[in-house]
Design a protein around this ligand. Structure first.
Ligand code: NDP
Length: 290
């Protein structure tokens, strides 16, 4: 029988754990953790994501503040806002919702965020720490994949992991998480992309196959090895509704375990954001160090 890796349920468990710790620490420290989100423009997907993040924060006892700014906001105004948030003691985490409207330089803004408030894990310092195998903020979606596997008793150690997609926000950091010599790592990792000559052959080698491509149902059952674990990061809006990068029905026939879309990796991303915000708060309050 194929195990469904239930991200919704796992995320609810993690969110409850975070909420319990937040309640205890808020009483002890006299201040709740604070997350500030910067949202520029009217991108409908981003609006939904930010609303979901606000709701999740409220449920966990984290104070969330969203700066909703018009698409006409200038780079200089955004840089000034980031500087102000870096200096604000009530702000533990800063999240710049991407994508930004055209003409704004997101990398320059991400670089400006205080690395100790970088709860999205996109700052070069966070990425560098990950690459070096040092403690630091991990970006939420790849960290969510590792946590989802862990909480279902799946240890990547010694396994062959194949990731389709090499983006800075998913494929690349996930490859690093899976290959490092720590808990949730120690896999032998292959990263595929548009220049990979025989994608099917690579996928069929995978004990753990991760799709982070952005192409609806591109990974079909005939690309999945019998007994593999299949993780679908994709979120694609089609006329029939949301679907992943994996053809769930055919892949399920082969996989030992598989994530659904929706309800798989997506909810884990928000749970990891809450965890990162709690971590940022503990750093800020001097309760923990890296
Ligand atoms: P990007 O578009 O940044 O990257 C896609 C990657 O897939 C690229 O590396 C690209 O290769 C590769 N790719 C595209 N087509 C093919 C192909 N035919 N064969 C092999 N490789 C291919 O996407 P993201 O990483 O940002 O997102 C991937 C998916 O994950 C999207 O559906 C997105 O919505 C979803 N997502 C979900 C999140 C969640 O919380 N669940 C969070 C973030 C993203 P190349 O580099 O050569 O162009």
């Amino acid at each position: 029988m194929t195990t469904i890796l239930d991200g919704k349920k796992t995320s609810a468990t993690i969110r409850a754990e975070v909420a319990a710790e937040v309640a205890e620490l808020t009483a002890q420290q006299g201040r709740a953790p604070g997350l500030t989100v910067i949202l520029v423009g009217e991108d409908p997907g981003s609006q939904v994501y930010v609303r979901n993040k606000e709701r999740a924060c409220a449920e966990a006892g984290i104070v969330s503040v969203a700066h909703r700014l018009p698409a006409s906001t200038t780079q200089a105004e955004l840089e000034a806002l980031v500087d102000a948030l870096n200096a604000d003691d009530s702000v533990d985490g800063i999240l710049l919702q991407l994508p930004l409207p055209q003409g704004l330089d997101s990398q320059k803004l991400l670089d400006r965020i205080d690395p100790d408030k970088d709860v999205d894990g996109f700052h070069p310092v966070s990425v560098g720490r990950l690459a070096l195998g040092l403690p630091g903020f991990r970006s939420c979606t790849p960290a969510g994949v590792i946590e989802l596997l862990d909480r279902h008793g799946i240890d990547p150690s010694g396994k062959r992991a194949v990731i389709v997609g090499r983006s800075n926000i998913v494929g690349k950091p996930l490859a690093l998480l899976l290959m490092q010599g720590w808990k949730g790592g120690n896999a032998t990792v292959t990263v595929c992309h548009t220049r990979t000559p025989d994608l099917k052959k690579e996928c069929l080698d995978a004990d753990i196959l991760v799709a982070a491509v952005g192409r609806p149902r591109m990974i079909s059952g005939d690309m999945v090895r019998e007994g593999a674990v299949v993780v679908d990061v994709g979120i694609n809006r089609t006329e029939e509704g949301l679907c992943g990068d994996v053809d769930f029905e055919s892949a399920k026939e082969k996989a030992a375990a598989i994530t659904p879309v929706p309800g798989g990796v997506g909810p884990m991303t928000i749970a990891m954001l809450l965890k990162n915000t709690l971590r940022a708060y503990k750093l800020h309050q001097g309760l923990e160090a890296w």
